[in-house]
Design a protein around this ligand. Structure first.
Ligand SMILES: [Ca+2]
Ligand SMILES: [Ca+2]
Ligand SMILES: [Ca+2]
Ligand SMILES: [Ca+2]
Length: 181
């Protein structure tokens, strides 16, 4: 609390009165900015004002959220460059936004040809496009071909389709060429 010199006591009294008027306010819900300023100036606290007066104005100020500092974004620190070499640690080791088997640097999981974590129609479309091939081609890029050759014999043929059918709808595990049940 600021002390008042005798010659300025009337000004201080006026300020104090203004503060008290603003602080205790009689239930008004339309206090002025000056009232708020005086209360802050004299060390008033919105929460205690709310408790003491029950005044909606002070209670509203007391309930206003206090701005919280925004944490800095997590910056990926590459542990392996420039490729994802560790494919089973749940980490994006080369900081390209793709974790483990999502990353084309890693082998596919059995049946998950598009690397989205499930074996579904999207993968079925890809293996169908690669069927009968001995290498990538139209509609069957290098990654799709690698994910479709489930027995690793260099061709996408009926045994691969049969194995794929067994994985369909299941959570993919294992990696080609070890996909046979
Ligand atoms: Ca990665
Ligand atoms: Ca990893
Ligand atoms: Ca998939
Ligand atoms: Ca094959």
């Amino acid at each position: 609390m600021r002390s008042c010199a005798p010659t300025r006591v009337s000004i201080c009294s006026a300020l104090l009165l203004g503060c008290l008027a603003g602080c205790t306010g009689g239930g008004s819900d339309s206090k002025t900015v000056a009232d708020s300023f005086l209360c802050v100036f004299f060390g008033c606290d919105y929460t205690s004002l709310c408790t003491q007066t029950g005044d909606p104005f002070w209670c509203g100020l007391a309930e206003m959220p206090v701005p919280q500092p925004v944490p800095p974004p997590i910056v990926c620190e590459p542990t392996e460059t420039p490729v994802e070499l560790t494919c089973d640690d749940g980490l994006d080791n080369d900081c390209d936004g793709l974790i483990d088997n999502q990353d084309p640097d890693c082998p596919h999981l059995c049946g998950d040809i598009n690397r989205d974590g499930v074996v579904d129609e999207l993968d079925s479309d890809l293996i169908n496009a690669c069927f009968g091939r001995a290498g990538p081609g139209e509609g069957c890029d290098e990654d799709a071909f690698a994910g479709s050759d489930l027995n690793g014999d260099g061709r996408v043929t009926l045994p691969d389709m049969a194995t794929f059918a067994l994985w369909f709808g299941l959570p993919p595990t294992g990696t080609p060429p070890n996909c046979a049940p």
